[in-house]
Design a protein around this ligand. Structure first.
Ligand code: GLN
Length: 459
């Protein structure tokens, strides 16, 4: 038996019909992962399959988990030297829910250190390589989760998304990446980068898989006071679905991406989708700046706990405490250090008002603007990434150009809205993703729209 290209839903169907056994499925993905990991570097830790039989909706199926989600007894590194040997003593709520539904973990996936990055290159364990072409980046920060699914090394994966970390790698590797409404999945046990923006998301081979998994792991959690209960039942979609396309944003993307995007728009228009063009949104160009101000500010606060006392490797305690903490914090990689310094600066007296408070204002304006567009439309449709995947190493000396590649993915995080990237075509053999942004708390409708749009575009 060979599971290349199969989505999780069809694998579970095959198990149910008796044509395959869950133990064989897990063994197959594990063996394939062992074989390919040296080349792709999708996993930081791989876990030997458990051969016992269990029940639940997932019936013992093992999926991949990003290495910033706490897993009891399994090393959780955030792809950082700082947490190289950290083993959590508890499971994140999302892992508990996975287990309650008969899910298992095949391995912990590679990522940009502390989820800071867009390409999967900022890892202390080396870059993840794109299974579509190993010379290219996978996108990040959930790089290993995307590569594992796209490379048939896992039937599905959990990732996290602060400003595009699930959607960017999904787009670059040609799979589905779903970031739910803020709070729809508990963040308890997720190692924090920027709390007000981030959440757990899914990387899958089909929209159906994302829906199935989302229903198992979503829900309010008393351990995360920002969590919410979104409706999980299917709603009847309108016969004609209206999508808003923001022209000024589409104009700004690379021509190769624009061509693929525009031909997908034509297909949608020919097949019962109404396209409403919006020329521009006032202040939308500031969204990316606002995102980086807020993300760095929150990161500088969150990452203060890595001091070699509370978290991080313990050093020689006989030296003075400033040197002790400095030694410990030198374990952070270059990008993480840059963001902590930036965030600390932004929050200091005088700059707080100039940058941080203004960023919050931009965030609020954007949220209102998106809310009003979504009153008149079922979803917003945009490219996921403004550029094609680039070659590993090509942009390492130009961090600004990497930040710019987040221009279209950060907006749903700022506004707390659900968003999904679906494959819409290829250029030079490299995948291009389209992004659908849905209404607040109406994640299931967004998934249904994505399902229908995906079918139309593929036709
Ligand atoms: N690229 C963005 C950043 O580095 C988003 C990362 C993410 O979503 N975790 O902040």
């Amino acid at each position: 038996m060979n599971f290349n290209g199969y989505d999780l839903t069809s694998i579970l169907d095959m198990v149910k019909s008796g044509s395959t056994d869950i133990i064989d499925v897990n063994e197959w993905f594990y063996r394939k992962s062992m074989e390919l990991n040296g080349k792709i570097n999708a996993y930081i830790t791989l876990i030997e399959p458990d051969r016992s039989k269990i029940g639940g909706k997932l019936g013992g199926l093992a999926i991949a988990v990003k290495d910033n989600i706490s897993t009891m007894g399994i090393r959780t590194t955030c792809a950082s030297k700082m947490l190289e040997s950290y083993i959590p003593v508890y499971d994140a709520t999302v892992i508990q829910k996975l287990k309650q539904n008969g899910g298992r973990i095949i391995g912990k996936t590679n990522m940009d250190e502390f989820a800071m990055g867009s390409s999967g290159e900022n890892s202390a364990f080396g870059p993840t390589r794109n299974p579509k072409n190993i010379e290219y980046v996978t996108g990040g920060s959930s790089s290993g989760s995307a590569a594992a699914v796209a490379g048939d090394m896992a039937p599905a994966a959990l990732g996290t998304d602060t400003g595009g970390s699930v959607r960017a790698p999904a787009s670059f590797t040609g799979i589905i990446g779903f970031k739910p409404t803020y709070g729809a999945i508990s963040r308890y046990g997720l190692i924090a980068y920027a709390n007000s923006l981030e959440g757990v998301g899914l990387l899958t081979k089909s929209v159906m898989d994302a829906k199935l998994m989302f229903r198992l792991i979503a829900g309010k959690d008393r351990l995360d006071c920002t969590s919410v209960n979104v409706a999980l039942n299917d709603k009847q979609l309108r016969k004609k679905i209206s999508l808003a396309v923001i022209k000024s944003l589409v104009k700004g993307v690379a021509s190769e991406v624009r061509q693929v995007f525009e031909s997908s728009v034509s297909r949608l228009e020919q097949n019962n989708f109404i396209i409403n063009e919006i020329t521009d949104i006032k202040g939308i160009k500031q969204a990316l700046n606002a995102y980086y101000v807020i993300a760095c500010a929150e990161a500088s606060t969150n990452l203060s706990r890595y001091d070699g006392i509370r978290y991080g490797p313990k050093g020689d305690v006989s030296i003075d405490w400033k040197t002790y903490i400095a030694n410990s914090r030198s374990q952070f990689g270059k990008e993480v250090k840059a963001r902590i310094i930036m965030g600390t600066y932004l929050l200091s007296k005088g700059y707080y008002e100039t940058y941080y408070l203004r960023a919050l204002q931009v965030r609020k304006n954007l949220t209102y603007a998106f809310e009003s567009i979504l009153k008149d439309n079922d979803a917003i449709y945009l490219p996921t990434m403004p550029v094609l995947p680039w070659k590993i190493g090509d942009k390492l000396n130009d961090p600004m150009s990497i930040y710019l590649s987040d221009a279209l993915t950060v907006m749903p995080n700022l506004a707390g809205l659900p968003a999904i990237s679906i494959p819409i075509g290829e250029k030079y053999g490299l995948p291009v993703g389209g992004q659908l942004i849905g209404k607040y708390m109406d994640d299931i409708s967004l998934l249904s729209i994505a399902q229908r749009a995906g079918e139309v575009i593929k036709k």
